[in-house]
Design a protein around this ligand. Sequence first.
Ligand SMILES: [Zn+2]
Length: 74
Amino acid sequence: MQPCPECKSDNIFQYKKAFELPGAGGELLPKLGRNIFSLAKILPVVCGDCGFVRLFAAQGARDKLEASKAWERV
Ligand SMILES: [Zn+2]
C-alpha cells in the first residue's frame, strides 16, 4: 500500500471494512459478488497528502476470479 504511487508519501489510509460499490451504470466488478444479489466488495485506499485514491477488490471477490467465466487472465 505504501508509498503512494503518485507522490511517494507514506501517509496512506485504508478504509477499515470492505463494502459494496455500485459502478456508474453497472457493477464495478461484475459477477464477483457473494451471490447474484450482492456486488463485489471493494476496499478503498487514499493518500492523505495528494488524495490519490486506489480501489482494491476484497479477498472474497478475488477468490472468485480464477473460476469465473466472465473474467480472463491477461
Ligand atoms: Zn500521494
